[in-house]
Design a protein around this ligand. Structure first.
Ligand SMILES: CC(C)(COP(=O)(O)OP(=O)(O)OC[C@H]1O[C@@H](n2cnc3c(N)ncnc32)[C@H](O)[C@@H]1OP(=O)(O)O)[C@@H](O)C(=O)NCCC(=O)NCCS
Length: 191
């Protein structure tokens, strides 16, 4: 199946309403997960090349976008969605890989993180080098956690003083951290 995987730009603005519908319908079905997104917010992500969009014959089949937090110390791949007719074909993995590279290229100093209840996403994240962490290791940025308000489980997060919820927190090192780790390892091996 011929699916185009693109870093978004101004040409893809018209897909924003369909992306929001896909995200919202899927969240309703699951009864948890992705918070609701405004069309204007998604448009902004698309316009500024902060998103990966998957198209099949010019129809939207998948999406994911970047958000930075704590003044660029953290970057998250958010809103991952694959159209129900295109699931279980490896598309989420391809979108996530591209979004992960995009995040690290655009923000090489930022740690990459996500929160998820999805076993598929946990699997993909682990393959990309994320590890499960407590919420205390994620961004303390209040604006990020406010995004959970539209999740039906928000009361659980609140009840636990933002320390835990149904989502698992996952964190990957920044591009620079990984580079210096690799360099240190090479230096040790040549000693
Ligand atoms: C989660 C979601 C993005 C996965 O998309 P997908 O294209 O079907 O995923 P992939 O085909 O790339 O699968 C990646 C891996 O996860 C596994 N996987 C996929 N769906 C799964 C599920 N429901 N339960 C457990 N594992 C699953 C696949 O088997 C695959 O592993 P494998 O290659 O070792 O077999 C898609 O189901 C979706 O859009 N769900 C609704 C929105 C959502 O939950 N988004 C994530 C919010 S954090």
């Amino acid at each position: 199946m011929n699916i185009q995987l693109l870093i978004s730009d101004g040409r893809h603005m018209s897909y924003a309403p369909a992306i929001c519908v896909l995200i919202e319908e899927s969240a309703k079905l699951r009864g948890t997960g992705i918070a609701r997104r405004e069309v204007s917010y998604i448009e902004q992500k698309i316009k500024t090349s902060h998103a990966v969009i998957a198209l099949h014959e010019n129809t939207l089949v998948g999406f994911c976008y970047l958000e930075t937090w704590s003044h660029g110390k953290y970057v998250a791949n958010s809103g991952l969605i694959v159209h129900p007719d295109f699931r279980k074909m490896g598309l989420a993995r391809r979108i996530k890989e591209k979004a992960f590279d995009l995040a690290r290229d655009q923000y090489p100093d930022a740690k990459v993180f996500g929160i998820t209840t999805s076993p598929a996403v946990m699997k993909i994240n682990s393959e990309l080098g994320y590890r499960p962490v407590s919420f205390a290791e994620l961004t303390p940025d209040k604006a990020f956690w406010q995004g959970c308000q539209s999740c039906p489980n928000f009361d659980i997060l609140q009840r636990n003083q933002q320390r835990l919820c149904l989502c698992t927190g996952m964190l990957a090192p920044s591009k620079k951290e990984e580079f210096s780790k690799k360099k240190n390892k090479q230096n040790e091996q040549t000693k």
